[in-house]
Design a protein around this ligand. Structure first.
Ligand code: WT7
Length: 659
């Protein structure tokens, strides 16, 4: 299949006829007609979705918009996310249905460890965990806890346990280091942190407890540490502060029951930190009623979830994808899902394919970076196994290039199943722009995100807030409130307004470039700000720069993102050394190692360059745009605001020396 370009520079439509016609295949025009009809009253649509949840108390008004942009959904309604995901199914015919098929990473001619939890098992585990939080640690509604755990069942169990008693949790990705843990615990004012002795990653132990010990040197609110034994690694336990979960559990009745708290729809469910352009990560606060409604709607329409399915989202729960599409989304639907602990290609590149085959995965949700990695490893790893159980796929996290889309669609999708690229972000809570094989599916085009989902109003604006013509690049915006939207940024409502609601009045500014084509499909092209997307992970330039300048040899640093074949993007740094420090290859390597240790292994550098000056504006702001242009061999553009033009030459020289 060759990619032909039309006038708008977009690939021609390739019509793919889905194999299992559970949905209605509609033309883009037909979809737009249905969509417009729904959008005459989106709140009515969202209410119809919300009605399919189980509320303790029905809501009064669908949307409270009296204090924009602090919108509240389903005000007056009461519900509990743990009740919806667990009790509802444990009290139904799904009681003995498998909820989670967990597979550990260690491998010995086959997975060394696996666990299957039915909905009844999950109910009991969540209740016992809630008992621990409530009765052992005395936590109550409104308190906050931190979770720094590997991909083991205890992670969703404690998320659901916290939700059960109204405790707001914040999960820190287990690939982040001590500083990130400390910052998040302090900002969230967490009283307890739950971690593990270690986590498995590519056969090696990540010393999670040790990292927590280091983080706790600078935290102010954490009183206790609860430790799950996972790897059996020897760890130091501080008496009075630290306890092992299995020891605490001996005091918990097997059939403990903890009443689910009646939460208001607009009560917070969790805080999840995400990088922005400047400053520390933002603690995005998600509500309960709106969030659960959006997840229900998207599980149904985007994933077409059914009781016969085995759903597998390959993300880590440390990111929003895992929160929404491993924990709250699929479990709310009573689905059977796979949860895998480790690296997709450990110990061999076909580990993930073997999981698909072993568990007969029917819905697969993965990322472009993963797909590009598989492509590099070669198709023989895929064809070794039978993947014909897969009936629907989506990718997420970054734009998917048409080559990767075609390759994966041919190999795993047998050239015919629905395969989309779902656009959303930490802030939106759930999928916003996507193909919807569960309801009205429009023909796919490799690389597109498709049209906005029913109920979601998006657009592409120019700088002034005027809609861009079809086929022209602009800023992606969401022009109507949606359930699942943030409540605020933790401790910083002003920043919430400033970052998302100030570029255009009453419109949510996303921070992505996008094109809308003649069929109403969106093509989201990537970040319009200085946020990096390394392997789909959002990392702020600020975070990497501040990690670099903590090294004693570094005086100043500027980081930009540059394209990478597999990871989509990687970091390239320009560093000014302190006087007296000599640049060397050894120092370069040391800095890379230092950042990985201090920020986390997800920081991947292409190169670190040493310079004596950086391009800055007269007011002293680093002009990353200029640096990025140099590092990507593109025209530097307007530099009239530059303080010192020689700095550009220096950056160029440093870059070309090491290309
Ligand atoms: C950013 C949000 C949503 C869960 C994972 C990422 C990019 C996300 C797509 C997609 C093109 C995408 C955007 C967005 N992005 N999905 N299907 N096509 N770009 O969540 O870490 O909050 O990152 O990811 O740039 O702004 P996140």
């Amino acid at each position: 299949m060759s990619q032909t370009e039309n006038e708008s520079g977009l690939p021609f439509q390739e019509k793919i006829v889905p194999e299992l016609l559970r949905h209605r295949v509609v033309s883009p025009e037909e979809y737009m007609r249905i969509y417009r009809k729904v959008m005459e009253n989106p709140q009515e649509y969202w209410e119809s979705m919300a009605r399919e949840l189980d509320w303790f108390q029905p809501w009064g008004k669908a949307l409270d918009d009296t204090n924009p942009p602090f919108y509240k959904w389903f005000v007056g309604g009461e519900l509990n996310a743990s009740y919806l995901t667990v009790d509802r199914h444990a009290n139904s015919w799904r009681r003995n249905k498998v909820a989670i098929i967990w597979e550990g990473e260690p491998w010995d001619n086959g997975p060394k460890e696996a666990r299957k939890l039915t909905y009844l098992d999950l109910f009991r585990e969540v209740n016992r965990a809630a008992y621990v939080l409530k009765e052992v640690y005395g936590l109550k509604k409104g308190d906050r806890i931190g979770l720094y755990l590997p991909m083991i069942p205890e992670l969703p169990i404690f998320m659901l346990a916290a939700a059960r008693i109204g405790v707001t949790f914040t999960v820190v990705f287990s690939g982040f280091s001590a500083q990130a843990v400390a910052d998040r615990m302090n900002d969230a004012e967490a009283k307890l942190i739950i971690t593990a002795d270690g986590g498995w990653r590519r056969g090696k132990v990540v010393p999670l407890k040790e990292i927590v010990d280091k983080a706790l040197e600078t935290t102010t609110t954490v009183k206790n540490v609860l430790v799950v034994r996972r790897t059996g690694t020897e760890v130091s336990m501080k008496p009075g502060r630290d306890a092992y979960l299995h020891e605490v559990m001996t005091k918990v009745p097997v059939n403990a029951y903890v009443e689910p708290e009646r939460m208001k729809s607009e009560d917070p469910l969790y805080i999840l930190y995400t990088s922005g352009t400047t400053g520390k990560p933002k603690g995005i606060v998600h509500d309960t009623g709106g969030y659960m409604t959006l997840l229900h709607s998207t599980m149904k329409h985007v994933f077409d979830i059914r009781d016969t399915d085995v759903f597998w989202c390959t993300a880590d729960i440390g990111w929003v994808t895992g929160h929404s599409y491993i924990v709250f989304g699929p479990l709310q639907e009573g689905a059977t899902e796979v949860m895998y602990e480790g690296a997709m290609d450990y110990p061999e590149p076909d580990r993930w394919v073997s999981i698909v085959e072993r568990h007969q995965v029917s819905i697969l949700y993965t990322s472009p970076t993963a797909i590009r990695t598989f492509m590099k490893q070669g198709e023989q790893w895929i064809t070794k196994h039978d993947t014909s159980s897969v009936r629907l796929m989506h990718s997420v996290g970054e734009p998917i290039n048409p080559e990767a889309w075609r390759w994966f669609h041919r190999l795993v999708g047998r050239g015919k199943i629905p395969f989309g690229s779902t656009w959303w972000m930490t802030e939106t809570g759930g999928i916003m722009i996507s193909h919807a094989p569960g309801s009205y599916l429009v023909p796919m085009k490799p690389g597109t995100n498709g049209p906005p989902l029913l109920g979601v109003e998006a657009n592409v604006f120019d700088d002034e807030g005027k809609p861009m013509p079809e086929g022209k690049k602009g800023y992606l915006v969401i022009t109507k409130p949606w359930p699942g939207m943030p409540l605020t940024i933790n401790n910083d409502p002003d920043r919430y307004v400033k970052v998302y609601w100030s570029k255009y009045p009453n419109v949510f500014y996303v921070g992505d470039y996008a094109i809308k084509d003649e069929d109403g499909y969106y093509w989201i092209l990537g970040r319009a700000d200085e946020v990096l997307k390394i392997a789909g992970h959002r990392i702020g330039t600020y975070e990497l720069e501040s990690a670099l300048i903590q090294h004693p040899a570094v005086a100043e640093a500027a980081v930009v993102g540059v394209p990478d074949q597999v990871r989509g993007e990687v970091a390239e740094a320009f560093v000014i050394l302190r006087s007296g420090v000599e640049p060397s290859q050894k120092l370069r390597e040391e800095l890379v190692k230092f950042v990985k240790e201090n920020f986390g292994p997800i920081a991947v550098f292409k190169e670190i360059h040493f310079v004596t000056k950086l391009p800055k504006t007269r007011s002293g702001k680093i002009m990353r745009r200029v640096i990025r242009a140099v590092a990507t061999d593109s025209p530097v553009g307007d530099v009239t605001t530059l303080e010192d033009e020689a700095s550009v030459e220096e950056v160029k020289k440093a870059f070309h020396e090491f290309k």
